[in-house]
Structures are given as C-alpha cells and as structure tokens.
Write a protein that binds this ligand. Sequence first.
Ligand SMILES: Nc1nc2c(ncn2[C@@H]2O[C@H](COP(=O)(O)OP(=O)(O)O)[C@@H](O)[C@H]2O)c(=O)[nH]1
Ligand SMILES: [Mg+2]
Length: 463
Amino acid sequence: MAKLELDDTIAAIATPLGEGGISVIRLSGPGAFDCLRPFFLSTSRKSPDTFPPNTIHWGRVVDSEGKLIDQVLLSVFRSPQSYTGQDVLEVSCHGGLAVTKRILGLFLSNGARHAEPGEFTRRAFLNGKIDLSQAEAVLDLIHAKSNRSLDIAIRQLTGELSKRFQGLKDLILRLLAHMEAYIDFPDENLEVDVSSGMERQFSELLKTIRALLEGFDRNQLVREGALVTIVGKPNAGKSSLFNALLERDRALVSELPHTTRDHLEESLEIKGFYVRLRDTAGLVSTPEQALDKLGMDRTLRALKESHLVLFLTDGSRPLDDSDQHVFEQIPNGKKVIILINKSDLPEKLERTELARLTGRTDPVGISTKTREGLKEIEQQIAAFLEQDMAGEGEQVTRLRHKRALEKALELIERAELSFREKERFELITIDLRAALEIMKELTGEVHSEELLDMIFSEFCIGK
Ligand SMILES: Nc1nc2c(ncn2[C@@H]2O[C@H](COP(=O)(O)OP(=O)(O)O)[C@@H](O)[C@H]2O)c(=O)[nH]1
Ligand SMILES: [Mg+2]
C-alpha cells in the first residue's frame, strides 16, 4: 500500500453493500465539509459549515445539476472529537445499492479519495484516538461470532489490554532505571536489599508475561471456535448426534454403515461459545474400500486437530473391538467426553467394560431419538471450554501479541539469567532495552508502515 497521508479526505460506504433500512457514507479529513457542501441542502437552509459538532441534520442530497437523489440525515463530528480525530461527516441515506453509490460518487468527484480498508480506524490510531491493540479490537468486535469473543473484544476496545501492556512496559522501564542507577557499581559492592529488590522485579516481570501468554491459547479457542469431533464405530449414531446438536438435518443419516465418508463441519453456539462441530466417518480396523480409507485418514486428522472429542458408543449393543479400535485412535492427552447412545433401547453395553476401555466412570447416557442427555452434553462442552478459557491474561487474542510477548519473554529470561550469574549490568540492560522496544511495538508507540498495512488490510472498507 502506498504511504497513506492524513491530510487528504477519504470517503467510503460504511455499511454492507446491499438493500437495507439505511446505509451510511462516511467522510473523514480536513476537506470533509468541502466535499459535501455542494450536494447537501439542509431543511433549515443553513450551510453545513455552521452546524455544531455532534449534531444531526435532516436534508436532501442533490447532484451537481440540482437533481434530488435522496432524503438523508447528516451527522456532524468535528476534529478532534470524532472517531478518526478529524472532521467526520456521515450521511445516512435509504439503504440501497444505487443510492449509496451515487452519493459516494458525488463525494469522490469533489475531492475525496476512496478509503482503503480500515483507513478510518488507521487514522484514529495515527491521531492517537486509540492504540494499536484497540484498533485490533475493533476488528475482533466486527468479526466476533459468539458472545464470548464479543466480550473479549469489547474489553480490549475499552483499553484493558492496552493497560496490561502498558503495565508490563512500566515494569521493564522501572527495572531498567533501577539497574542503570547502579551501572557504575561493581557487583560485589551492591547492597543486599538492592540486589533482592531487582530479583523481585525480575520475577514479577516474568510472571506477568507468562500469564499473558497463557491466555493466548485459551483465546484462540474463543475467536476461532473450538473444534469438537464426534467419533465412534459405524452406526453408533454419530451423524444423528451431529444433527441433533445442530437441531437440523445437515448430515446424512442411514441404516447402512459407512454412510458418512467425509467429515462434515458446522458451526454452532453453545452457551455463548463458538463451537465447530465435526461429524466423522467410522473408524474401522480394516477398511474395505479405498473411500473408507480416505474417510478414515480425514477422521484421524480431525481427531488430531480437535480441542475436544465426543466418543460415542452404541448402548444397544455390547462393546466390541470396533469400539476399542476407535478409542485407541484418539491421541493421548485429548479431552474426551464419553457417550452411550440409544438409551431409548434396552442397554446391552457393559458399563464396567466401557470403564476399563476408557479409564472413565462418567459416561453420559443419551438418545438422539428422544433427545435425552443432549442438554448434558452441551453443559459438559461448555464446562470444558469455560475451564480452558478462564484465568489471567485472557485478553491476548492475536498472533502478533503472542509473538511479541514470546520475544520479550526470551530477552527477559536471558537478562534474568545474566543477573543471577552476576554479569555486568551494562550487558543485562541491553536485553531489557530490547524487550522495552518490543513492548513499544506491541502498543504501537513505535510502528512501521508495513505493520500498519498488515493490521489494517484485514479490515473492511469504511471501517
Ligand atoms: N433407537 C435409536 N436409534 C438411533 C439413535 N441414534 C441413531 N440411531 C440409529 O442408528 C443408525 C445409525 O445412525 P447414524 O447416525 O447414521 O450412525 P453413524 O454411522 O455413527 O453416523 C440409524 O438407523 C439411526 O436412526 C438413538 O438414539 N436411538
Ligand atoms: Mg455417519
């Protein structure tokens, strides 16, 4: 992307393109009023230049020949009290493709430049209205697919994560200042309480970063959705369960074994969590056809990626080698919920055998026919996600943050080691200083065009 300037005026349609109640066309920049002036006739007959900030005005948009295009509402924001920190004008017109494009076209013909994706938010950042992690939160908020991710995004937007990063930066800065004050002292002359004070500062620093990093994996689940895979022998009722949880018929259910050859994935929200549920092909020990083999490979891959596995057995039949075979394919250490299906039929499965196979005594009896136990499954899935997502540092959501924190951690760990080995402070402070720089990049205090391009290219136009 070319270097974007702040001193021109940008325009874009800020609402999704298509038919709707209203659409909004947004202008930002020092020339916002100039762009709009010829085309807006206020009902009060006053020029938009006289409108006070934060006010809304009814009027008409006309083209350069004076032809009426739409009746609109104009929202007026003035620098610096606006989203971007510049003069911002928003025209709310009737939601329709033709109207919206016509109005945008007028502004573009009169000095405005079409905004790049995320450019309004980029301006907000460049003008110091928000920091980088808040800008990223705007994006997360727009993309949020569940209440949980929405909660995290909104907290980040209000600056909670920024505060944590800022706090971390201050810790580094304080330790650095502390060490620099003693840089000319030979180590052996350092008083004991000074030295133990630094030790404490180091350990607080390390603890803070590690806590933030631990939050990342949990949040990945919130944002991208937790992968939950149903496995079980052929005919256990996997596809029926998949459908029952989705509450609609998506997967193909049949009395013939091996009906499901590929895995299906559907998204759903369970108690506020975004879940990607997968139905899989039955895992048999000796695949009869090439297609079965293909399905099995995919199932194995799905299992490996999963955050949670639903191991489904058929309660109306005794446990057998196929059950055992399937269970053995679940990678070690995966979280598993054990299910016994078809509870509407007489139970033939020996629960003690199931316990021996799975090492678990907490199977959930369900029936996809009568929907018995489905609530219980949902509860357990939610409980699992809850447990995996609670705790400190929960706002770290971005790979960018994670990478930076990891780098900072490495440097501080090295500094701490040097400190313990009584290295010269000159050397130790080099690492601390580097960690400080990384923190500045994290908050956006120091930034490059490339970094901004990378972050804002994910945005939609008009945001
Ligand atoms: N009685 C009863 N039959 C079920 C239940 N769940 C599934 N089935 C039947 O079991 C057979 C296999 O189901 P399906 O979902 O295709 O199994 P999959 O091979 O594991 O995907 C079908 O005939 C279903 O109607 C249940 O809870 N009770
Ligand atoms: Mg199936």
